[in-house]
Ligand binder design. Sequence first.
Ligand code: PRP
Length: 210
Amino acid sequence: MLNVALPKGRLGEKVYAMFEKAGFPCPAIKENSRKLIFENEEIGIRYFWVKPSDVAIYVEHGAADIGIAGKDILLEYTPDIYELLDLDIGKCRMCVCAKKGFRDNTQKTLKVATKFTNITKNYYAKMGRDIDIIHLNGSIELAPILNLSDVIVDIVETGTTLKENNLEPVETIVPISARLIANKSSFKFKGDKIEKIVSALKMQMEDKND
Ligand code: PRP
């Protein structure tokens, strides 16, 4: 049995559709239910829905053999896993954002609010810029509006959240997309099956780009 951690939500549904098309279906997953685990014994695959930011934890610990995680999570938590494939979906970018017209006063320590503490620390350390990090868990865009911080480091997808809150991107730190990841020992012991999935997904992506 190959255990696959899918990120719960819209991205996960897209990913499942790719797996189905690649020859690894599990029709029960499409039924409207609150079940979290779905199995297709015939082809030896078991899917489960996981909170997107937890996928890498399941895979790193071997509770899942493979999974789909955002590059943001991989950069932030640097789990000990193999990154096998960029799925070219769930695309967005990690950005520094601020109130429109914001000018950085480099004489002062910059206050940065973010969920992504490590990405932020690494980014500013490379620039040699002193910062104070304010760790938040969501609605990060509020921070500069209420003067909790000077800037934020957050994910920008369509840019709508920024626009509707009079903020703007100042700098792109890194582009983000969904990645297929594998547990290191699963890759050793179930490598054939994992490789089959990787090549079927690759072929599908090539077809799409033709
Ligand atoms: C993410 C991100 C931004 C928003 C960007 O938030 O933190 O707030 O999406 O998308 P947009 O550019 O298309 O507007 P999410 O919905 O994950 O909620 P959060 O506030 O908990 O971070």
